[in-house]
Design a protein around this ligand. Structure first.
Ligand code: URA
Length: 244
């Protein structure tokens, strides 16, 4: 890239939602901005927004206009696929008009609701779904009770499933009334039907399952079937969670 190519750093930062150009110039002057790992203090540096790795206070920002990151609250009954031979509604239906070639990051069962990320960033997607990066996923589960006292301990210690040992990182009893029990579980692995199989194995079949968080990104009160772009803070935290 020659001197005159690229886009001025403060303009790239402002476009990424960091703040006004003036505020971005201040951040640069204070030495809080780095490009490709090197702190920048002079104004006017030009970068290629599609390839430069820009960090503010060590948090990476998304400078490329071609990279897209969306959060979906997947409704129950929707298949995590681009199309379905049985004609059921799919995640693909929601994005078929788009030209940015998005794909879903991992899967949720058709019967599971909640947070699913869609992106065209292959490296981020790979890291989010690979257990070695240990990104925690949080689930709300409604199960058949009454619940035995030692269920949390057993799930944390590890339960033998047909494809090997599985365990939860955290377990919390939210409420229990008669045979209606609500739980929160955190896991960093994503084997097929893992939460349903774990809870079935300890004697509590799942009635309803909702993924409420992927690392630092929360489902919040996002409506079922709706897509929303991740904001700059969520994206920076997500990059940080997978060491990008
Ligand atoms: N675990 C499950 O059992 N189902 C999901 O959809 C996600 C995690």
């Amino acid at each position: 890239m020659s001197e005159e190519e690229g886009v001025r750093l403060q303009k790239v930062m402002a476009a990424a939602g960091v703040g006004s150009r003036r505020a971005c110039e201040d951040l640069i002057a204070k030495g809080r901005v780095s490009v490709d790992g090197v702190t920048v203090r002079e104004q006017g540096m030009r970068v290629d927004p599609e390839t430069a790795v820009v960090r503010v206070d060590d948090m990476r920002i998304n400078t490329g206009t071609s990279r897209v990151y969306l959060a979906l609250n997947k409704p129950r009954g929707m298949v995590t696929a681009m199309s379905d031979p049985q004609g059921r509604p799919t995640v693909g239906d929601l994005i078929e008009q788009r030209t940015d070639r998005l794909f879903h990051v991992g899967r949720l069962d058709a019967d599971t609701e909640g947070l699913l990320l869609l992106t065209n960033d292959g490296e981020l997607s790979h890291r989010l779904t690979h257990p070695s990066y240990e990104v925690p996923k949080t689930y709300f589960a409604e199960v058949v009770g009454p619940i035995a006292r030692d269920v949390g301990r057993r799930l944390k210690a590890g339960v033998e499933l047909e494809d090997g040992l599985a365990r939860v990182d955290e377990f919390r009893l939210i409420s229990s009334s008669g045979n209606r029990v609500m739980l929160e579980l955190v896991l960093h692995e994503g084997r097929k039907h893992i939460v349903r199989r774990l809870l079935e194995e300890v004697g509590h079949p799942v009635q309803r399952l909702v993924r409420t968080a992927i690392g630092p990104v929360l489902l919040g009160d996002q409506r079922a079937g709706k897509l929303r772009p991740l904001n700059a803070q969520e994206l920076a935290a997500l990059y940080a969670a997978v060491g990008m």
